[in-house]
Design a protein around this ligand. Structure first.
Ligand code: SUG
Length: 446
């Protein structure tokens, strides 16, 4: 029996655009109102999935959500026919129309927190969709995410999909972007590492400029629900000053895989104790934590934020060696590029760097790691996943043709007012559910 880590990437939706909706996410704010190319964005994401599948990694896809969200527009009081509601919102509250139109569900690292069956008392894989309550455009994702995960991981013998935590500031939850699992082998019990930005009830340092989206209380509640053992979890606080420098999720400053933690030296409050606790807990499960810490003197936090060096995917090949999947922006920053050359030349735990063009997503602050949800699966669990979502040559070819047929190659802020965008989007998603074998997933299909 072989247990692997599968990656489920979010397929970029037809409304991908730059609306500057994420205060605290530097790229989102810097690119506000620029013109997006949804077709190129979707292709870039698909090419990453295809290349990783070709390299032998288990690669799945998660569908986009219906946007603009008519449900949100109606809840906000925009009535009448769909086109009328969109026209009213466009006139009276364009910022709400933008929130209803974001393709942000593409960043599936924020879809949920996932605990593999090796870590849970009932030996099922547990999913908690993230409430994403710190931003309106993201807070509307979790219900559809629940439905999607329920359709793909449907077998209750293997999977438990919980509801999101209550969406309130004390329980702000951003999912796997603030969660890492360390282990010796994927199929063995691991140590789950939860990184939060602030605590609602315990006194502690907090960022001053930008919001901390994840709370200690939310991380703790997810661990509790998944039934994790006390000696198999570690909680750490992200440095508030890096949040203020634009690190809005932990996966912008750290990434881990198996027993490797690759992070910036300023990622955590009291980092030595964090490493020590991880070391000690992981040692009980037969693994030695290997921390690759990048010094500030070599790569600054600002370099990390613009290049997304740590928003990389650290993937284990069958022989146990690891590759690092980074965005093209890493090659454009001379200090980061030099660091990566050094890392690969050392032939340490990471011996190859793969570079991807994800520019469209990166302009909204979403790199390789944001685009994927990791799900560790045994053979039996893999066999229980809805089969149509695994990327292979045939599915890639169909999805690529689907994007070509349905997506625009230009989407400016003004285009969000076009009622045809909803029609095009629904037509595309309707066809997609057939391609992926998802059944009637969307509200408009029910
Ligand atoms: O939540 N950007 C997303 C990026 C999410 C990145 N995910 C991880 N780091 N895991 C966010 O800030 C921008 C949308 C806009 O401005 O139009 C946005 O939502």
């Amino acid at each position: 029996m072989q247990t692997l880590e599968a990656n489920f990437d979010g397929l970029v939706g037809p409304t991908h655009n730059y609306a500057g909706l994420s205060f605290g996410n530097v790229a989102s704010q810097n690119n506000e109102r620029s013109v997006a190319n949804p077709k190129a964005a979707a292709r870039q994401g698909l090419l990453k999935m295809k290349r990783l599948a070709d390299l032998g990694f288990a690669q799945g896809v998660l569908p986009p959500q219906e946007r603009p969200s008519m449900r949100l527009l109606r809840e906000l009081g925009f009535g009448g026919k769909d086109a009328e509601a969109i026209a009213k919102a466009a006139k009276e509250a364009p910022e709400l129309l933008a929130a209803a139109s974001s393709a942000s569900a593409m960043w599936t690292a924020n879809a949920a927190t996932v605990s593999p069956s090796a870590d849970t008392p009932d030996h099922r894989v547990h999913f908690t969709p993230a409430n994403l309550c710190s931003k309106l455009h993201r807070a509307i994702e979790h219900e559809a995410t629940h439905r999607t995960l329920g359709a793909i991981f449907a077998d209750p013998a293997h999977f438990a999909v919980h509801d999101a935590l209550p969406g309130t500031p004390a329980l702000g939850d951003e999912g796997a972007a603030n969660h890492t699992r360390f282990c010796s082998q994927y199929g063995e019990r691991g140590v789950e590492f939860f990184v939060y930005g602030r605590s609602e009830y315990r006194r502690g340092p907090e960022p001053k400029r930008f919001p901390a989206r994840q709370t200690f209380e939310a991380s703790r509640a997810v661990a509790q629900r998944h039934g994790l053992a006390e000696n198999a979890m570690v909680f750490a606080q992200q440095s508030p000053d890096v949040i203020d420098a634009g690190v809005f999720h932990n996966d912008v400053i750290a990434v881990g895989n198996r027993s490797t933690l690759f992070c910036h030296e300023r990622a955590f409050v009291d980092r030595k104790s964090v490493y020590d606790e991880l070391h000690a807990k992981l040692a009980k499960h037969g693994a030695l934590l290997d921390v690759i810490e990048v010094p500030d003197a070599q790569v600054s936090v600002a370099d990390a934020v613009t290049s997304y060096l740590f928003n990389s995917q650290l993937l284990s090949r069958a022989d146990g060696s690891q590759i690092l999947v980074v965005p093209g922006e890493c090659r454009e920053n001379p200090r980061v590029a030099a660091y990566l050359d050094e890392l690969a030349a050392k032939r340490g735990p990471i011996d190859e760097v793969l570079v991807f063009d994800l520019r469209e997503s990166m302009k909204n602050g979403g790199g390789p790691a944001c685009l994927r949800l990791r799900v560790v699966l045994s053979d039996a669990e893999r066999a229980a996943v809805l089969p149509g979502v695994w990327i292979n040559d045939a599915l890639f070819t169909r999805l690529d043709a689907w994007v070509e047929k349905h997506y625009r190659d230009r989407l400016a802020p003004q285009d969000l007012t076009d009622p045809m965008l909803l029609v095009e989007s629904r037509t595309a998603l309707d066809e997609l559910t057939q391609i992926l074998g998802l059944g009637s997933l969307y509200d408009f299909q029910r």
